[in-house]
Design a protein around this ligand. Sequence first.
Ligand code: COA
Length: 180
Amino acid sequence: MFSTQTRNLRNGNVLTLRCALVEDAAMTLDYLRLVSGETDNLTFRPEEFNTTLERQSQVIEEWGGRGGLYLLGLVDGELASVLTFEPRSKSRTAHAGEFGLTVRQSFWGLGIATEMVQALIDWAHGTGRIRKIDLHVRTDNDAAIAVYKKLGFQNEGLITRGMLIDGVFYDFYHMGLHIE
Ligand SMILES: CC(C)(COP(=O)(O)OP(=O)(O)OC[C@H]1O[C@@H](n2cnc3c(N)ncnc32)[C@H](O)[C@@H]1OP(=O)(O)O)[C@@H](O)C(=O)NCCC(=O)NCCS
């Protein structure tokens, strides 16, 4: 359960944090298509993002049922950020999961990523069942790494050749946070 919350951003705008609803399917699809063209730090390109509206509605509907968090960050009703956290499915690993995070480029540098990840950490504490949060981040993604380190994530190892773009390999860090 995640209750809707608001945060004041450093530019004076208000960030609303809430769970995605099935009615948000079209908005999240438009958003994901847009942000995938704004960065090379995501695993998919806009042309590879071909989820249908029906499928996206289903994804959102089923997300909470699997014990995950599909979190939206909105500024003046506009979608500025999406964070998805999914626990692993087997009983011996369901205490842990990985998250993915994007912030729309026009909203970078306002502290939105920091607020989204902090909200995930707070939510994880409240579940009583999530004991570990994992993530993969490209080793050259300095802004994302700065956010994760600031919030207490530790570097747990290097994943070589995590991405291949135009003949160039990029490595990932595996980072993690214990929820005590
Ligand atoms: C990475 C990303 C999530 C950051 O979002 P954001 O809302 O701009 O992040 P915040 O404003 O909360 O924080 C960014 C921090 O990085 C710091 N930073 C920015 N550029 C930096 C750089 N080149 N080197 C080191 N730190 C940097 C900022 O100073 C800020 O820290 P501060 O708040 O303590 O000053 C956003 O740029 C994004 O969505 N990028 C594309 C997708 C992506 O990379 N997702 C993460 C995949 S793991």
